[in-house]
Design a binder for this molecule. Structure first.
Ligand SMILES: [Zn+2]
Length: 81
């Protein structure tokens, strides 16, 4: 299975999360080994995740998650008949 750069970009966040099936992860890994563009994308994506995961910089208010989910549920109810 050969994939092009655009496919790799679609997989990058799951790749970093370790959420890809073994076969897909190996394919992405092989592509990253020889593709400088995708390696750079992977590195910068990883850096963004590290920055945004640092709760000293981005501290979410208490109850933010609950309010977000309540809001998402509300939007889904509005979309569905
Ligand atoms: Zn590539």
């Amino acid at each position: 299975m050969v994939i092009d750069c655009k496919h790799v970009w679609n997989y990058i966040s799951e790749y970093l999360d370790g959420a890809l099936p073994d076969e897909t992860r190996d394919t992405v890994q092989k592509h990253l080994d020889h593709c400088e563009i995708c390696s750079a994308v992977l590195d910068s994506t990883r850096n963004v995740i590290i920055l945004t995961a640092d709760d000293r910089i981005f501290e979410l208010p208490v109850g933010f998650s609950e309010r977000l989910h309540a809001r998402i549920d509300l939007e889904f109810m509005r979309i569905e008949p």
